[in-house]
Ligand binder design. Structure first.
Ligand code: UGA
Length: 431
């Protein structure tokens, strides 16, 4: 099977590499020449554990190729996966410019029948619109559109691709669905076949539900702090109920990344467009916005004002094992600290380069934890990197002016912290 993947962001690159790994011939297309050159040398433009090993292995086996020549790749393709971005418009809706551009490019190049698989997250109805455009722009060939939403997580994208819970295939045409199911069968993951609109909705509903779980547990955490309960205990006790499940009950400073913030807003907008006020989802978003500022509130309560205080920020990316800064809590927190004229020294194991482009210019960067903590009035932990979780707690006492920790990710057990002269504020637990 000759497969082409359009777009080499997280989803596109991981999809391309994984499909090559299970034996298909895959060509990844991107408009960015520099990026394509880099990938051609086996260098991944995204930080993702394990991806470069798989890239090199499959390039050497002549199964994985990278090109900017979309037209040629489309002409030779049996199946084309669209994995371009659907960023957020100002009004919260999904921007489909790149999707429709890909449709036009494909339509003007293909000379034989082809199946187009949409991996990008798109509002309900988009795949049908794409189908309509293909019929209009390329009436000489048969193009079947199939929805195949992606559920991988950044940082464990390779693992998730090979060990996912389900592969969703939404299609109007049985034959096209069968071809796509056949392509994915070697993954050995259950395949859920459905209609196109339901497949599109499964993606949004899944992300919105997970975001809801996070905002819910964060609100419970906020209440726990006030009533003297411990959120870690509460989440563990709740999670034992299989109807609830134990995952996505980690309280903290809210969700970030390129998916939950964007997809929750897009779904609220989809609902609004049909005059449905999705109140629950709007509350989930609002709770998350507030939660991202939780540590600032705690610091204000503790210090009165933060002006002139030296604050060490540990962790900048929106979660561990990625250098992705999109919608990271660190953006909100660093901006607010700088606005209040605190001295901000930040450290992250891998996201510093990306952070420099998006954080306020006043932020100072440290090259290791000790340097960041040196003489600090307080530390704020924003990302639960293993490096921080496994840190010898005496380092805080040795390095800081006053060992005060505001832990936004509950990295330490309360009984461990108690052994040191550390003032410790975390989420949903007594100080
Ligand atoms: C998320 C979904 O988990 C994937 O299934 C989906 O494919 C992806 O979005 C997407 O739509 O492309 P991702 O954004 O990579 O994946 O990261 P997650 O691991 O889900 O974490 C998202 C955010 O939620 C992070 O900021 C994380 O810190 C936060 N989170 C997660 C919590 O605060 N508590 C939790 O219990 C879990």
């Amino acid at each position: 099977m000759n497969i082409v993947v359009v777009g080499t962001g997280y989803v596109g690159l991981v999809t391309g590499v994984a499909l090559a790994h299970i034996g298909h011939r895959v060509t990844c297309v991107d408009v960015d020449e520099e990026k394509v050159k880099q990938m051609g040398r086996g260098i991944s433009p995204i930080y993702e554990p394990g991806i470069e090993t798989l890239m090199k292995e499959n390039m050497e086996a002549n199964r994985l190729f990278f090109t900017t020549d979309g037209a040629r790749a489309y002409r030779e393709a049996d199946v084309i996966y669209i994995a371009v971005g659907t960023p957020e418009n100002e009004d919260g809706s999904a921007n489909l410019t790149y999707i429709y551009q890909a449709v036009k490019d494909i339509a003007s190049s293909v000379t034989k029948d082809v199946i187009v698989v949409t991996k990008s997250t798109v509002p309900v109805g988009t795949n049908h619109e794409m189908q309509r455009m293909f019929q209009q722009l390329a009436p000489h060939v048969r193009i079947d559109v199939v929805s195949n939403p992606e559920f991988l997580r950044e940082g464990s994208a390779i693992y998730d691709t090979f060990h996912g819970d389900r592969i969703v295939i939404g299609a109007d045409d049985e034959r096209a669905a069968a071809v796509v199911a056949h392509i994915h069968r070697p993954f050995g993951i259950p395949i859920f076949q459905t209609d196109i609109r339901s497949a599109e909705m499964i993606k949004y509903a899944s992300n919105a539900f997970l975001a809801t779980k996070i905002s819910f547990i964060n609100e419970i955490a906020n209440i726990c702090e006030k009533v003297g309960a411990d959120i870690e205990q509460v989440a563990a006790g709740m999670g034992m109920d299989q109807r609830i499940g134990s995952s996505f009950l980690r309280a903290g400073i809210g969700y970030g990344g390129s998916c939950f913030p964007k997809d929750t807003k897009a779904l609220a907008k989809i609902a609004a467009n049909i005059d449905h006020d999705f109140e629950l989802l709007k509350a989930v978003i609002e709770v998350n916005n507030k939660q991202q500022r939780k540590l600032i509130e705690k610091a204000r309560e503790r210090f009165g004002h933060i002006q002139g205080k030296k604050i060490a920020i540990l962790g900048l990316s929106f979660k561990p094992n990625t250098d992705d800064m999109r919608e990271a809590a660190s953006l909100v927190i660093a901006r607010e600290l700088v606005a209040e004229q605190a001295i901000v020294v930040a450290y992250d194991p891998i996201a510093i380069n990306k952070a420099k482009a998006v954080l306020p210019k006043e932020v100072i960067y440290a090259s290791h934890v000790e340097e960041a903590l040196k003489d600090a009035d307080a530390a704020m932990i924003l990302t639960e990197w293993d490096e921080f979780r496994q840190l010898d707690l005496s380092i805080y006492v040795k390095q800081m002016k006053t060992p005060i920790i505001f832990d936004g990710r509950n990295c330490y057990a309360l009984e461990d912290v108690k052994k040191y002269a550390i003032e410790y504020y975390s989420i949903g637990r007594k100080p």
